[in-house]
Write a protein that binds this ligand. Structure first.
Ligand code: ZN
Length: 175
């Protein structure tokens, strides 16, 4: 009996009836939703797409309006998401770079060529203000740690920053 129940639960969990078209479909046919039953939305992807198509104008106006009025909230949420999914985002970024090496390097070179002055100014600014990025680059030059590793240890960055401050101060005093 227990096994049957388990099997039944398993089968139920793998498929779901769409509340719109009424068809029982595989879970992959549903978009995910945190609060939905089993974590999925109640109507299937094709019904949702149809709904979007039928109401495109209304939905687009609404979402534009929403974005405009909730910019702060959206930004906060985005920042929080980046914070909570830091590791995941780094892995995705790395995979993208690996899979698009040529495209990335062409794009990078072009950007550097087009923005020489801007980059120079920005680097000077970062150096003068002991910006996190600058301090991190200094640490990674002197060690085998990658910037991603270093970012995990704010203490390390702070200590290096103070170290650089002292060095600069000594240089200034001994002029
Ligand atoms: Zn459906």
């Amino acid at each position: 009996m227990l096994r049957v129940k388990k099997l039944l639960n398993f089968l139920i969990a793998m498929s779901k009836r769409c509340t719109k078209c009424g068809e029982v479909k595989d879970l992959s046919a549903f978009n995910k939703q945190k609060r939905g039953l089993y974590g999925f939305r109640s109507s299937c992807k094709s019904c949702e797409l149809q709904y979007y198509k039928d109401n495109k104008e209304r939905i687009d106006i609404y979402s534009k309006h929403y974005t405009k009025n909730n910019r702060e909230k959206i930004n906060t949420r985005r920042r929080q998401y980046r914070k909570d999914n830091y590791e995941k985002i780094i892995i995705i970024d790395r995979l993208y770079c690996l899979n698009n090496k040529e495209r990335m390097s062409t794009r990078n070179q072009q950007y550097k060529k087009d923005n020489k002055e801007k980059i120079k100014e920005y680097n000077t600014y970062r150096c003068n203000n002991l910006h996190d990025g600058y301090v991190i680059s200094q640490i990674s030059q002197d060690s085998s740690l990658t910037p991603e590793d270093i970012k995990k240890y704010p203490m390390l960055i702070e200590t290096k920053r103070n170290n650089l401050k002292i060095k600069r101060l000594i240089k200034q005093l001994s002029k």
